[in-house]
Design a protein. Structure first.
Length: 406
């Protein structure tokens, strides 16, 4: 043992095998000399009944005093019951965010999420998460890193918020899988950007125009019959596009559709007489189980967007999305005075909050309700004819007598 100084280190010569020189000032601090002539500062200690040794810096990158100071800091951690060398080794072996993304998609999303959700999650991972955070160690990601990524996507707030949601779920699972400490999700307290919900509802005139275009397209054959059938069913049922596009004849009942699976699980869609009539007029194709039969044998119609763009152009509704047909179904139901729970059942919502977005569309039912309630109160007060009641000492108030005719 000798005091490790620059002179001591410079004087060390390589031998046929590596050897150590230990410092007489700080036990556990030394220099390792390799047969190649390379030298490295090392720290050595015992923890958990095992000897730990770590070469933490090449000679020349640190002065002996700097190396001694670093070694002392590590040994202080050992005195506190920690094992810094094992922790550093674990950190080197720790997966990065790209590996976490792959495990998230393969072990969770592929088994727990619907196909459309799987595509959305993979898109966020491939386009936004991996390119910016993929090389970060999972345990090293800080809230500031997530906040910066969220901020970089501020011009597309919807995508920014969806990506934040994917990250939050992914880091929750990282805690479950033991890759991060409990309660350390770096997405916590990051506020989502406001989103402007797009609300488009067809007026009666627009519905009439769209209906006429569908009838014309059916008569002149300018659009495929399955496409026209699909759009009519979307309008008359309020169903989601995927629910009608992949509808099988096996799910069709006399008064409802019994979907074994949907975005919200198994679902019943009620059929009105008009919707049932559309189905009854739809041709069944041999060896094809789908109502909206595609051009390939045994397949459903896969692309409704292109014909829809042509149809809405003919109806002078250039901005109308297919999903707006579902909104229109809900708006008509609200305007007709149907309750939000009933509308939620019709649309297949699992949460009341999802249906509540349509509450503002019901001014007429609310107006009717206030007239009924206020009218009853006015009648009880004797105000139904605009005449005030006159107090009577011998009994309850009565209406003021009408003036006698001459």
């Amino acid at each position: 043992m000798s005091s490790i100084t620059k002179r001591t280190v410079d004087s060390l010569k390589p031998q046929s095998r590596d050897y150590f020189v230990w410092d007489d000032e700080l036990a556990g601090f030394g220099v390792r000399v390799l047969p190649s002539g390379k030298k490295a500062y090392v720290v050595q200690y015992r923890a958990g009944g095992r000897t730990r040794r770590n070469a933490f810096s090449h000679v020349g990158k640190m002065t002996p005093d700097e190396a001694r100071k670093h070694a002392r800091e590590l040994l202080v951690q050992v005195d506190k019951g920690n094992d810094p060398v094992a922790e550093m080794a674990a950190q080197r072996r720790a997966p990065n965010v790209a590996v976490l993304c792959d495990r998230f998609l393969d072990d969770h999303v592929a088994f727990r999420c619907k196909p459309t959700t799987q595509r959305e999650y993979r898109r966020s991972v491939d386009l936004f998460i991996k390119p910016r955070l993929g090389t970060f160690k999972v345990g090293d990601v800080k809230r500031a890193d997530i906040a910066e990524l969220h901020h970089q996507l501020r011009d597309i707030p919807y995508q920014a918020n969806r990506t934040l949601g994917v990250l939050s779920k992914m880091f929750n699972l990282a805690e479950v899988w033991g890759l991060r400490a409990d309660g350390s999700n770096p997405c916590r307290h990051i506020k989502k950007y406001p989103e402007r919900k797009r609300e488009r509802y067809l007026t009666e005139a627009e519905l009439a125009r769209l209906g006429s275009v569908l009838d014309e397209a059916e008569r002149d054959g300018s659009e495929p019959k399955p496409v026209i059938t699909a759009i009519r069913l979307l309008i008359l049922t309020g169903a989601r596009l995927g629910e009608i596009q992949t509808l099988k004849w096996a799910y069709v009942r006399p008064d409802h559709l019994a979907l074994p699976d949907s975005k919200t699980g198994a679902k019943r869609i009620e059929l009105s007489e008009a919707a049932a009539a559309v189905l009854s007029q739809t041709k069944r194709h041999p060896n094809n189980p789908y109502v909206i039969a595609g051009t390939l044998p045994g397949q459903h119609w896969t692309d409704l967007q292109r014909p829809w763009r042509r149809i809405r152009k003919r109806a002078h509704l250039p901005e109308l999305r297919i999903h707006d047909l579902r909104h229109t179904f809900a708006s008509i139901a609200v305007s007709a005075g149907e309750s939000l729970p009933i509308i939620g059942k019709l649309l297949g919502h699992n949460q009341v909050q999802t249906t509540a977005r349509y509450a503002h569309l019901a001014p007429a039912p609310v107006r009717d309700a206030v007239e009924r309630v206020s009218g009853s109160l006015a009648e009880a007060m004797g105000r139904e004819s605009g005449q005030p009641r006159v107090a009577n000492d011998n009994g309850p108030a009565t209406k003021a007598a009408a003036p006698m005719r001459p």
